[in-house]
Design a protein around this ligand. Structure first.
Ligand SMILES: Cc1cc2nc3c(=O)[nH]c(=O)nc-3n(C[C@H](O)[C@H](O)[C@H](O)COP(=O)(O)OP(=O)(O)OC[C@H]3O[C@@H](n4cnc5c(N)ncnc54)[C@H](O)[C@@H]3O)c2cc1C
Length: 403
């Protein structure tokens, strides 16, 4: 085992996984983590509402990669080395019991992200990994496979470098890597909810509609799943997925667009058939909802299409019938801005992946420099997939950089 010096920039999920793996693979290596802030693993702490949704119970890699709007295809190579099932095994081996929720998200059984932080801190202490806090890396130099880092006005030399700095909201954040010659895909936020200011729908805050589909007018974007109505607009897994797949396009539209909600997630014929079945009924429309929609939403839609509270099914005219069907399957909302979801967001953009060997995570431009985590142009929908990418790429960096 070579006595090499390895630097890891960034004390987040990817950096810790990389550092621990490097030292476990090569006990002779000197591993140092440089973290610019005064604490480590801060995103892990607040993740998943303090519970840390650390991976997803996907049965295959082909299923897993479908959740990455950016990087899915490329990550296939990385996941074939270290997948979500390897992650689950890795935590088990380290005595962390995990649980699977009904939607296949996975959490520590303790329901506390602190369990994950404690594990990584314990491991770094045991493995004698040095952690330098308040240590921002300001410059990286690479010459003939050797690396020099400028940290707090000092130059320090290393044999290997693992870059795990996470994403930056602005392109200027990537200066360190641009100077080294890397191409960057401009960062924009992903995972956000839609603001529909001045729309009466917001009065229905708290209502969840389980099976909906949502589109963005003029774009080829469509997602299914639950929609949550909030006091500012539309949220829930369906909207978050739409924001993730459309992150770049919606940023180009400066978050002003029309979203089309299909409250039934079914086609017009289905809606028409459901309504037609009622047309002989003498029941009041407000009290008989054929689609099992939440009552408040059903009433709201009827008000929106101007169906009177005393209206009976058997005397509903064709014009109102068509308006009702259209609103059920294509309810349009003008979106004006976005809001983060429980402070959770990821960066869409970063170091573009064609510059990286995704099997080893080594740079194709600089020998002995490796990349992991959100600094790369890869990100996922919610559900534990973003941490999965951090664990996988961090693990591969550690394994390969320590050889
Ligand atoms: C509120 C919230 C909740 C989330 N919940 C989940 C969840 O439940 N499940 C999930 O899968 N994903 C979740 N995510 C996304 C997930 O947290 C990230 O994808 C993941 O943390 C990325 O890990 P990373 O190590 O690449 O980057 P980070 O965690 O961002 O770590 C990078 C570190 O590098 C440091 N750094 C940056 N530049 C320098 C420099 N020049 N020198 C030294 N240090 C530097 C930063 O200070 C930071 O500590 C959540 C995100 C947020 C914001």
């Amino acid at each position: 085992m070579q006595k090499i010096k390895i630097a890891v920039i960034g004390g987040g999920a990817a950096g810790f996984m990389a550092a621990v793996t490097a030292k476990e693979n090569n006990p002779n290596a000197h591993v140092t983590i440089f973290e610019k802030s005064n604490k480590v693993l801060s995103k892990v702490l607040i993740s998943g509402g303090g519970r840390c949704n650390l991976t997803h119970n996907c049965k295959s890699i082909s299923q897993l990669i479908k959740n990455y709007p950016r990087g899915g295809k490329e990550l296939k190579k990385s996941f074939s080395q270290f997948s979500n099932s390897d992650t689950i095994e890795w935590f088990k081996k380290n005595n962390i019991r995990l649980k699977i929720e009904s939607d296949n998200r996975m959490f520590p059984e303790s329901n506390s992200s602190q369990t994950i932080i404690d594990l990584f801190i314990r491991k770094t202490e045991k493995l004698n990994i040095k952690i330098c806090l308040s240590s921002k890396v300001d410059k990286i130099q690479h010459s003939k496979g050797k690396i020099s880092l400028q940290v707090n006005n000092k130059n320090i030399k290393f044999d290997r470098l693992i870059i795990s700095t996470g994403g930056y909201p602005k392109i200027s954040g990537f200066k360190l890597f641009k100077e080294l010659g890397y191409n960057i895909s401009s960062p924009v936020p992903s995972l956000f909810t839609f603001n529909i200011p001045n729309d009466d729908m917001t009065k229905l805050m708290g209502v969840v509609v389980e099976n909906t589909s949502a589109k963005v007018k003029g774009l080829k974007l469509k997602q299914n799943g639950p929609v949550l109505i909030t006091h500012w607009g539309l949220s829930g897994p369906c909207i978050l997925k739409l924001s993730s797949w459309g992150a770049k396009d919606l940023a180009d539209l400066e978050y002003h667009f029309i979203t089309q909600i299909n409250w039934l997630s079914e086609n017009e014929e289905f809606a028409r058939a459901g309504i037609n079945k009622q047309l002989t009924s003498k029941k009041n429309i407000y009290n008989s909802n054929p689609f099992a929609l939440p009552k408040r939403l059903w009433h709201h839609i009827l008000e929106k299409v101007k169906i009177d509270e005393l209206q009976k099914w058997n005397v509903l005219n064709k014009k109102l019938r068509n308006r009702l069907i259209n609103t059920l399957v294509n309810d349009e909302f003008t979106v004006n801005g976005k809001t983060t979801f429980k402070e959770e967001f990821v960066t869409c953009g970063g170091i573009t992946l064609e510059q990286i060997n995704m099997k080893t995570m080594e740079s194709k431009i600089h020998k002995n420099i490796y990349f992991s985590g959100e600094v790369l142009n890869m990100d996922a929908v919610t559900g534990g997939f973003n941490f999965q990418a951090a664990w996988t790429t961090g693990y591969l960096c550690g394994k390969n950089a320590s050889k």
